[in-house]
Design a protein around this ligand. Structure first.
Ligand code: SF4
Length: 417
């Protein structure tokens, strides 16, 4: 597997190096938009380690970033009104408040994929989320509808950890190890490229989200004997443990090791073959943070996302998708205290919108998802100003063959009860 040269360098960014990704941001915006997590767990470290190259955002004039926020937002609202029913704005829960205020619908990736599939009217779908979500929206909407990502650099470090070629190579190697591939059901997490969804579509597989992973495992084991799960090792393992699969029957395929670092016997004996990938936000949460929360807030309820590591999920009081976390805390009695293991923008918003409860993030120094954070209102304004001139910028289009195969896997997921 080739390791491309990685070009991202936040320091170089500030001096306007034209070879890196965001040279047009002034210092203040760069600081606000580039929360670089600690060594070994951060999105950029991950991108470096995996050799991922972010997509390049078209340069937008600096005045968009220098604009007074009140004026900027007023201009966005005016354009929003002018575009009327021609435009729908979808906002992922992890988007910052300055962005989410413009969303017609909020949701996690599963809910937004359902909403995208239900969109028949709007000509433009502005997707305030990350690249893989906009790809799925493009696949699920009709050909006449255009899906737009405000900033093309809003990717997902986890999705970048499983590349199509590497998964294809792993699939063939698993077959050479003596595993009957007809008995293996590939399952890709929604947080993956359209290429991987297409791989699943043409190999009898399916897409899952953190909302439906358990039901998708049931679907898969009705059709095969083994699951190959990518790209999130932790969601795959947590789901397997919850289904009663022994941990030693779940092996991890490391794309940087020959044969994934596994023996043929391990592959033949495994019930689930997990891909070595993780979310740079959720992998930060730890058992120590849970212990600290319990020591400092007696009676606290700890709720985490299943992209967290197994020991964190097991130490928490409950675990579930973003929508599960929202619904659980919303329905909880007034006066309850919640320590939450998920992205900070959502946690802060829950705390603001549910003032009868105390809600805080498990990690006191957690960063926002640094790629979600690349969607800034300035890009929304720039995008809408082009749309009212009938010029579509930052449209996300998936190759028709890839889209057709990916749709098979997505439709299987949406049909799972
Ligand atoms: S929170 Fe994690 S999985 Fe979600 S977009 Fe950010 S890096 Fe990807």
């Amino acid at each position: 597997m080739a390791m491309p040269v990685v070009t991202f360098d936040p320091a170089a960014d500030r001096v306007g190096d034209p070879t890196i990704t965001t040279p047009w941001l002034v210092d203040a915006q760069l600081d606000a938009a580039s929360c670089v997590p600690e060594e070994g767990t951060g999105a950029y470290e991950t991108l470096r380690a995996y050799g991922a190259k972010p997509l390049r955002q078209q340069r937008i004039p600096r005045e968009y970033f220098r604009m007074d926020a009140v004026e900027r937002d007023a201009r966005i609202w005016a354009l929003r009104r002018e575009l009327g029913d021609r435009l729908v704005i979808l906002g992922h829960h992890y988007q910052r408040d300055e962005v989410i205020q413009f969303a017609d619908y909020r949701g996690d990736s599963y809910k937004l994929s359902q909403l995208a599939a239900a969109q028949n009217e709007a000509e433009f779908v502005l997707f305030c989320g990350v690249h893989f979500m906009a790809e799925s929206a493009d696949i699920l909407t009709s050909p006449r509808q255009k899906v737009i990502l405000p900033n093309l650099e809003a990717g997902c470090s986890m999705a970048d950890m499983a590349k199509g070629d590497d998964v294809e190579a792993a699939w063939r190697a698993i077959g050479r190890a003596g595993v009957d591939l007809d008995t293996v059901i590939p399952v890709t997490y929604m947080n993956s490229t359209a290429e991987l969804k297409a791989f699943c579509g043409r190999n009898g597989g399916i897409v899952c989200t953190s909302s439906n992973a358990s039901r998708v495992y049931d679907w898969a084991f009705e059709r095969g004997e083994k699951i190959m799960f990518f790209p999130d090792e932790h969601l795959g393992r947590n789901t397997g443990v919850a289904k009663g699969i022994p941990e030693d029957r779940m092996v991890v395929w490391d794309p940087f090791q020959p044969m994934g670092g596994l023996t043929a016997g391990q592959l033949r004996d495994a019930t689930v073959i997990l891909w070595k990938g993780y979310c740079s936000v959720h992998a930060r949460f730890s058992v120590e943070q849970i212990e600290t929360a319990r020591a400092e807030h007696p009676g606290v309820n700890v709720i985490v996302h299943p992209e967290c590591r197994l020991e964190v999920v097991q130490a928490a009081d409950s675990a579930g998708s973003t929508e599960f976390i929202i619904d659980t805390i919303t329905a909880a009695p007034a006066g309850t205290v919640w320590a939450v293991g998920t992205e900070i923008n959502l946690v802060n918003r829950l705390n603001a919108e549910l003032p009868d409860k105390e809600i805080f993030c498990l990690d006191p120094v957690v960063c926002p998802c640094s790629t979600m954070y690349r969607v800034h209102p300035s890009y929304i304004l720039w995008t809408l100003e082009h749309l009212v001139e009938d010029e579509v910028v930052n449209q996300i289009t998936v190759d028709p063959t890839v889209a057709r195969e990916a749709l098979v896997a997505l439709d299987r997921m949406l049909a799972v009860p």
